[in-house]
Design a protein. Sequence first.
Length: 375
Amino acid sequence: MTEHHQDEVVDAELVDDDHLPALRQTAQGLALPPADPDAWLPPEAEEDAKAGIAKSTSTAYSRDFRDYVTWCKKVGRRPIPAAPQTVTHYISHLTRTPREKTGRPYSPSTLERIIASIRTTHSAAGHQPPETKAARKVLAGYKARLSEAQDPRAQPNKTSPALPAVLRTALSVVDRTTLRGKRDAAILLLGMACAARASELVSLDVSSITEPDEVAGVGIRVRLYRKKIKKWQNVTVKYGKDRDTCPVTAARVYLRALEAEGHTSGPLFMRIDRWGYLAAPVYRGGQQIGDPTGRLTTEAISDVVEKSMAAIGMSGRWRSHSLRRGFATAASIAGADPVHSARHGGWADNSTAYQGYVQEASGLGDDNPLTNIGL
């Protein structure tokens, strides 16, 4: 898992039963068999359980636990079942040990994930997760030291929000006469309008966009699968006030361009090469790579966002999540009902992530106490 995904992984539950089958192999050879003779699953059930696990999460947890086991062997501690002091010692060690890659210790958010990986892998092996109160006190002290030193690592490595004004500027340099430019405009505007994650955008098909029958002229409807809440959602996307930033217009222009290429079904967001060819094969080392249907990857969605912002010299950390965060921030500034906004974007009710976006946007709109005091 690359650095820019760390903030998403940290949101995972510390001990989430859905992760246990995928992580059981990581703990193999270290754990005793569970005492309960009925604590097993047939292969097909294991596969069903794995299907519900975010691959990035299980990959990161497995790597974190392997590193932890290596350290335990080096210092002579038992990795599993771990004593609370072992976890405390390990977290303390990590706060003081520079990484070879960066020359600095891990960030607090990554250490949160490492604690989660240790606890979750214990559960996968049939052990009670170790108590981590002391380890979290070490982490709290580490955060305090970084904050006092104004170290950027004290803050979560969040993406920059792609607000409407930022998107308008980015789109001003996109060549929307080309198929690729039409695709990129649709990605940026639909991604923001639907508050979509990259995984939700890449899973869209041409048939995912329809015209609402019950209300003529309202815009389009986008059918998304919200993986976090495990629900399908029909998101109504209304016309924008400005044609250049109207998500409905961008989507329709792109769909017409796909139709002209003879692409009327299958993936919506497609790979397009530098010469404008749709779903051209990609080879590496003589082997074809990428989705054979031409469907974009989640990394490709982030690349579209990142390159668009780089083209206008916009500083910040721009990834696919910038579109989702931009929606939450813009909706809050505009005074939109937070419950309706959260549901539109597929956040669970009382989502702490969404509440965090609202809090960050507080003070940017008319709710700022300095707005009408006469200064």
